[in-house]
Design a protein around this ligand. Structure first.
Ligand code: NAD
Length: 497
């Protein structure tokens, strides 16, 4: 636990120098147009600074530099052992600057400082070092060829990678991409969300300090429809990796088809079912996990357990436990180390969440917890963790990703019905099952169309296992060695002996 108090963090926030410029070829630089946009903190509505509003001209500069650096071989052809050492140094610098990065993250997107410091920054550093550590332990293949042939199956970096990331875990999502993209030798252009650009801008300089050659990692802050689109349509970007909404993910596939058919890997939205059977081994633990699954990170989590499916026979006993558990998740000032729910990222997102709450009422669901904006006097954007009971899976609040702390409780009578409801969504990111029956656990897990399934827990996982979605939650996987597939091309070389 940090020894810093809220007053300490507030003092540091006042002293903080905000860097808002783009980072191209190892230097901070204004947008070519000179345009900027305002970075407003959701903590209290304060202006944090002006951010470079990059567009196609900046994308062109960054791509040119990234391409030149890639072709020079200064990073792409460096021995994997050396890339490994550099990535580990890069991760070390994130840890060394943990407090500064955590503060930037919290001020920028409103999450609790304790989460930023103990989850986001270490998770981001781990993504860099894990991928770096792996890169000199992966071997290529020799094919089972006839005697007079030698068939080499090798992996090569794809070249220039455009990485477009969201605002809910700005640093961690960026590093899930940067870890494998950089470790495999690519040059990268990172486009953070316009709602949370600060940590991405900061770590660009740390990468160079770690020894990653200038031009290998470039960061372009700006809007999606300007610089994001320019990258996605650029004919010299080889691969686009994306985390964000399903709506924009679909748009990127179109941009790829309209340009150079760049590879597009998508980590998109979710509407994850959390299924609690009557024979769950520990209802109290299940209730606490259900509350955390919707309140953690203000519900702004792609894998949020936003649909709680409860077997009818235990509903009346179980729901009060969840309501009670949710009381421990209280929105408060994110700079207070004791706060576990912060502000929603901005006014727009808050209004979206409040509109979904309104739609729950209109559709006839029963509000049993929360439901209101609070702490308005702070100037920040805070919404109470909210539960609707009596939700049918056809309702808007059960079908659409709210991306806020709003839980829909749906009742079922059999495993078949639970699976049918769970899969009745365009998404397929994650799911959880609570049961003491090992066969039921396995059979349900197999039947769930989701990239991650948790049994008797919610939201487990680390760098060792792949993460990503079925259906419209995306394609490809972040984390684990499987992530390397996105950043490498397979080459078959046939040598006549
Ligand atoms: P978003 O799709 O609105 O934006 C994501 C990024 O795309 C931003 O950087 C944005 O500027 C950019 N963008 C927007 N329009 C663009 C365009 N036309 N061309 C190119 N880029 C464009 O998503 P968001 O609101 O930032 O993030 C929330 C979403 O992210 C949720 O749907 C959530 O589920 C998803 N998410 C998924 C995962 C996962 O691993 N599957 C993880 C975290 C978040």
């Amino acid at each position: 636990m940090t020894t810093l108090t809220r007053a300490d963090w507030e003092q540091r926030a006042r002293d903080l120098k905000i860097e808002g410029r783009a980072y191209i070829n190892g230097e901070y630089t204004d947008a070519v147009s000179g345009e900027t946009f305002e970075c407003i903190s959701p903590v209290d509505g304060r202006l944090l600074g002006k951010i470079a509003s990059c567009d196609a001209a900046d994308a062109q500069r960054a791509v040119d530099n990234a391409r030149a650096t890639f072709n020079s071989g200064v990073w792409s052809r460096l021995a994997p052992t050396k890339r490994k050492a550099t990535m580990i140094r890069f991760a070390g610098l994130l840890k060394q600057h943990a407090e500064e990065l955590a503060l930037l993250e919290t001020l920028d997107m409103g999450k609790p400082i304790s989460d930023s410091l103990y989850i986001d920054v270490p998770g981001a550093a781990q993504a860099l070092s894990w991928s770096g550590e792996a890169i000199d332990k992966i071997y290529d293949e020799v094919a089972a060829t006839p005697h007079d042939q030698l068939g080499l199956v090798t992996r090569e970096p794809v070249g220039v990678v455009g990485a477009i990331v969201p605002w809910n875990f700005p640093l961690m999502m960026a590093c899930w991409k940067l870890g494998p993209a950089l470790s495999t030798g690519n040059s990268v252009i990172l486009k953070p969300s316009e709602k949370s650009p600060l940590t991405a801008i900061r770590i660009a300089a740390l990468a160079v300090e770690a020894g990653i050659p200038k031009g290998v990692l470039n960061v372009l802050p700006g809007y999606g429809h300007t610089v994001g689109k320019a990258l996605a349509l650029h004919n010299d970007v080889d691969t686009l990796v994306f985390t964000g909404s399903t709506k924009i993910a679909k748009q990127l596939l179109i941009y790829s088809g309209e340009s150079n058919m760049k590879r597009v890997w998508l980590e998109a939205g979710g509407k994850s079912p959390n299924i609690v059977f009557a024979d769950a081994p520990d209802l109290q633990a299940a209730a606490e996990a259900a509350a955390g699954a919707i309140a953690f990170n203000q519900g702004e989590v792609c894998t949020a357990g936003s649909r709680l499916l409860v077997e009818r026979s235990i509903k009346d006993k179980f729901l009060p436990l969840v309501i009670e558990a949710l009381k421990t998740w209280k929105p408060g000032n994110p700079l207070d180390p004791a706060t576990n729910v912060g502000a929603l990222v901005d006014t727009q997102q808050m209004n979206t969440v409040l509109a979904y709450i309104e739609s729950g009422h209109t559709d006839g669901a029963k509000l049993v917890a929360g439901g209101k904006r609070i702490l308005q006097e702070t100037g920040g954007t805070y919404v109470e963790p909210t539960i609707f009971d009596g939700v049918s899976n056809a309702m808007k609040i059960a079908q659409e990703e709210i991306f806020g702390p709003v839980l829909s409780v749906i009742t079922f009578d059999s495993a078949e019905e639970a699976i049918q409801i769970a899969n009745d969504t365009p998404y397929g990111l994650a799911a959880a099952v609570w049961t003491a029956d090992i066969s039921k656990a396995h059979l349900t897990a197999k039947a769930l169309r989701a990239g991650s399934v948790w049994v008797n827990q919610y939201d487990g996982g680390d760098m060792t296992a792949p993460f990503g979605g079925f259906k419209q939650s995306g394609n490809g996987r972040d984390k684990s060695l499987h992530a390397f597939d996105k950043y490498t091309e397979l080459k078959a070389t046939w040598i006549k002996l």
